[in-house]
Design a protein around this ligand. Sequence first.
Ligand code: CUK
Ligand code: CUA
Length: 764
Amino acid sequence: MKQLRQRWMPLLLIAGLGLGAASATAAPESLQDVMKRRGLNPQDLLAAAKTYVPTGKRDEFVVFSSGGQSGQVIVYGIPSMRILKYIGVFTPEPWQGYGFDENSRSVLRQGRIDGRDITWGDTHHPAISETNGEYDGQFLFINDKANPRIAVIDLRDFETKQIVVNPVFKSTHGGAFVTPNTEYIIDAAQYPAPLENRKFHPLEEMNEKYRGGVTYWKFDRKAGRIDPKQSFSIEMPPYWQDLSDFGKGPSDGWSFTNSFCSERYVGGIEKGRPPYEAGCSAKDTDYLHVVNWKKAEQVFKAGKTRKINGHDVIAMDTAVKEGILFLIPEPKSPHGVDVTPDGKFIIVAGKLDTHASVYSFEKIQAAIRAGRFESKDPYGVPVIGMKDALHTQVQLGLGPLHTQYDAKPCVAYTSLYVDSQVAKWDYCAGKVLDKISVHYNIGHLMTMEGDSTKPQGRYLVALNKLAIDRFVPVGPLHPQNHQLIDISNDKMQLLYDMPLPLGEPHYAVAIAANKLKPGVRYKVGTDSRTDRPHPGAVRAGEQRIEKKGNQVTVYGTLIRSHITPETIEVDVGDEVTIHLTNLERAQDETHGFTVSTYNVHASVEPGKTVTVKFKADKEGVYPYYCTEFCSALHLEMMGYLLVKPKGWKPTKVGLAKAHYTEADYRATLKKVADTQAVIDSVVGYITSVNYKDFPDVVAMVEDATDQLGRIPDAKARHEAAAAKKDWEQANLWAEQVWQFQVKAADLGLRAKTYLEQSGARKTR
Ligand code: CUK
Ligand code: CUA
């Protein structure tokens, strides 16, 4: 420190800073000083201490947030609110190569509708797979409201594996939510439309020809994919089905979907009719749809379905006849429907009602068993009386939307959109416990593992729609505001505001971080989008270029800091397919790949094989290179695509020479010897400790050994060239030896740091 000060002193003097100023700022600030300077009160400090995660420490929970209109998933940590990742789902994401390499494009292509690429999504509700009602951290699902689709993300590598298109609806909203063992993922329609594809019916036929419904997507956990053939839908009246939830515990086997605009109102202000917003909220109640999905599954398996667009649909009258579908009035223009962790109650919040309504599953069952219905709706669906199904109603405030649960029994949190508050209340006793203001207009809220049978409590996140006055202004489009709230005490405490600048997240789910066990590398040669061996994968030494007619196929590899092949020669008009395998084993040793101006990009993590494809339709010279700063020689990790014009003949043979001398060669040998000394000392350290107990270090050592193993060949070449006094060749091959050493040393030093920080112990 003193030395540094001495070295910088002349500069400080030149800059006009006297000694006095230098020593005044040199004394470290106390906590009191910082509080005073930044205007912080003790409450702020408490909040900071509750959220701050020091360097080297990790978050307790991981949040998967919908990315709203970005079509992505946002991953962040709690309590730090640090963003960890964006997962490309419905929208191309260049860093991950998502939509720019062939393998991920095949996932996006599954989301085509009517033969059209749809490269955005309006993501609403993520759901984590469950085992026995608890989050198991294996898969994540998320829906697209605008283009009715569901995506499957594998949490072993945080990659999107599948997109399925809803075959009968034109928009979906009530998904994704899972059964307690993730047999099914539910998605409900939103805006009614004819179920048959490309079928026109005028709005005047809303009551007869327009339909809503619910889809039960079958999840094949072993395959890690939705199985559309084992999935089915139930036709429902053209009420605007909204959110859904599955029963659990005593209510397992049932699902609940609410609705609004059960008026089936058709607007048309152009024709002098009052608008949708007036007509769709005229009545005091809408309908909660109660579905016996276990029975529906049997009906589907018995083949009592109608094929619509090739998909199995249980018709409304079948659903009524088989005792699958029931309705219960719910007040007024409801939004959220959330089953309690014990599965005994279903809480519905009406946007235009000040109450939350707590329905009792037991009472609903009693009414169904007794055949006690107050009426039938116009489609013949039996309607259970509200009084016969309600446990209680609690006045919470203006605009209640969504409800989440605490680890403490009977404690729920409901968002109040109009009041911009969170209400904490007791749904067993039916009373409000606490309220906290948020900024502003909260939509969903989320507690830790709050959708599961075992909510973890601790924290709550308010997903606010408006961020007015919370952040430094960035133009008329504000970021979203996720506010972290401490719910571990009787009074809620606001801890942190996080701006989210990637679309409007509707919902988010949080899981204990220690339940996630993502891998750090793939088995060499894996296509990560199919989880299968990639047919274009090669091992070191098997790299090649094949040309058949105008099809050029490159089987290449990537390893620090080298792309094989280094030159790809094609004729203009050739179709070029490049398969690239990352041969690395070391963690985080990702290489990127792009070819200038051909709009391709791949992210190739250790072990992965990725394909890029394009038509070389422009003659010329196009550098390709690695896009991740992967080693000290990353910038050299490149090659040339040469697109030759028709009928081109070589005119000049051989490359320009640089004319190295014997002295250059000797200097390079000296450099090689010095570097070897560094490597020897690092190897000495690593082998003196229990490095084999650290799989990450073992992987690095394997990679380093690979690099060192390639030295003898290069060494033989420089020695042979030197014997012939070809100093040019001798020097270049000696340089190559040094390249291998540098990469090995880089790995060795990283392994050494890792071992020192992980408390490796001496074994000799
Ligand atoms: S919805 Cu947006 S605030 Cu799609 Cu669950 Cu309620
Ligand atoms: Cu590989 Cu840069």
